[in-house]
Write a protein that binds this ligand. Structure first.
Ligand SMILES: *Cc1c(COP(=O)(O)O)cnc(C)c1O
Length: 448
């Protein structure tokens, strides 16, 4: 055995504030560029605050996720979850990469059509589909995922009255060992509701049951919950084959894989604790492959992943408005964006980076937005260098749910810029203006 070389022990001086209890630096490395474009340039050209999306990262994410599933299972289809980020430019990138569209409202359905998605590649989820939308979706041959019995009865009636042949699946909810259960959407597995709905569809003259769907939750940290879900959908698929001699074409396991953001109250950062897509893919494909389907009856596996594919491709750039001392002595930093723009600050401890180097000194501080509301907190506690008025910051992993859930409250929503694969910038949504906001308002004549 080779003798290990002796290394003299050394003592290294550490400054307070630099370390967390695990000994690593926190949120210290300045972020000066995004995809080679200087943050400073982005902010001076497009204003502050500003959302920035990296096309490279989006394409990397979907290609990587597809590869992970396709190397484990032969029939995989991703469908982009519109509500996660329905900027048309973003949706079109996903569609170019082969994703179908997964929509949960008539508005999103129309957006998918206008993005050129063929009707038969649109999955229509959600509890509130109007008669007109059900008719349109049936005529377009879309996949209608039925959420409740009233919707089922409506669709049966419409299809008989208008001689439609809708392709349908049901959304199934179930106990996957994760609580609270998401049982408000779809038909329950354990109490027999799901089987009841399946029977009614198969006994209807016009509805064509083509698949089964579930979406067991969001930011799910447990791959085994997906194994349970896959097992239950496979069981139903097998029962449909046995009882009705009908082969279902697909199993749709929804979305819910977590991004690497850090949930509020977590002890360790999300990037260290969140399971990888590989782990979810193993859990799901092991079940389906091991279930004993005949080769030609192997169902298509549909995935409706949202946040895991876009979160880390989004950045929010902003500027420090001012700093102050709170009455308890704590430092407060006020930024030019708040929870109106960064809605996910309600759930996540977003990583915030500086954009230039500071000295060694850091301080624990609270980060507020500019809204005149007490709940407008971007970070309840963060250790940062002493950033000051006019300094710029970058918030990480904001690509999911912010550009759809943001609120227009006392300010205007900012520009969204996409950096393309050649590192060129494009505005993909213009900042709102007083005029654009007022264009929807009508002043009654007597108030003019
Ligand atoms: C929101 C949603 C998704 C996407 O969820 P993520 O947690 O962002 O992956 C997928 N399917 C359905 C039905 C949804 O409602």
């Amino acid at each position: 055995m080779e003798k290990i070389r002796y290394e003299r022990p050394i003592i290294k001086k550490m400054s307070t504030g630099l370390m967390n209890k695990f000994g690593t630096r926190t949120e210290q490395t300045p972020v000066t560029h995004i995809d080679n474009v200087p943050v400073k340039t982005l902010l001076s050209e497009y204003g502050s605050p500003l959302f920035v999306l990296s096309e490279k990262q989006i394409r990397h994410n979907i290609q990587n996720a597809s590869r992970i599933f396709k190397t484990r299972y032969p029939k995989v289809q991703f469908a982009w979850s519109y509500k996660t980020n329905y900027m048309d430019a973003v949706c079109r990138i996903f569609h170019q990469e082969g994703s179908w569209a997964e929509v949960v409202s008539g508005f999103e359905y129309d957006k998918a059509l206008s993005n050129g998605v063929p009707g038969n590649k649109i999955i229509f989820n959600g509890p509130d589909k109007s008669d007109e939308q059900l008719i349109t979706a049936s005529r377009n041959n879309s996949l209608i995922h039925i959420d409740h019995f009233d919707e089922l009865y409506t669709l049966i009636k419409l299809s008989e009255d208008l001689n439609l042949k809708p392709r349908v699946a049901i959304r199934v909810n179930m106990d996957t060992g994760i609580y609270p259960k998401w049982d408000r959407f779809g038909f329950n597995y354990e109490n027999g509701q799901a089987w009841n709905a399946i029977t009614r569809i198969i006994n209807s003259t016009n509805l064509d049951l083509v698949g089964l769907h579930c979406h067991i939750g969001t930011f799910m940290l447990s791959p085994s919950a997906y194994a349970v879900a896959a097992t239950k959908l496979c069981e139903l698929t097998k029962m449909v084959k046995e009882k009705f001699n009908k082969v279902l074409q697909y199993i749709d396991l929804g979305g819910g894989f977590p991004s690497t953001n850090t949930l509020k109250g977590s002890y360790l950062p999300g990037s260290d604790t969140v399971p990888s897509i590989d782990q979810f893919a193993d859990a799901i494909t092991d079940v389906i492959l091991g279930f004993g389907f005949r080769q030609e009856e192997l169902p298509l596996l549909i995935l409706e992943s949202g946040r895991v594919l876009i979160d880390d491709a989004g950045f929010l750039l902003g500027t420090v408005v001012t700093t102050k001392r709170l009455s308890d002595g704590r430092r407060a930093t006020i930024l030019d964006f708040g929870v109106n723009t960064l809605f996910t600050a309600f759930w996540y401890d977003h990583q915030v980076s500086t954009t230039k180097s500071y000295g060694q000194h850091t301080e624990e501080m609270i980060m507020y937005g500019p809204l005149c509301m007490n709940i407008d907190v971007v970070r309840e506690s963060i250790t940062m260098p002493l950033i000051e008025k006019g300094d710029q910051v970058v918030v990480h992993k904001v690509g999911a749910y912010n550009m759809t859930q943001w609120m227009q409250f006392i300010t205007l929503r900012p520009n969204i810029v996409l950096i393309d694969r050649e590192n060129k910038t494009h505005i993909i949504r213009k900042a709102e203006t007083v005029e654009s906001m007022q264009s929807a308002e009508i002043i009654p004549a007597y108030l003019k």
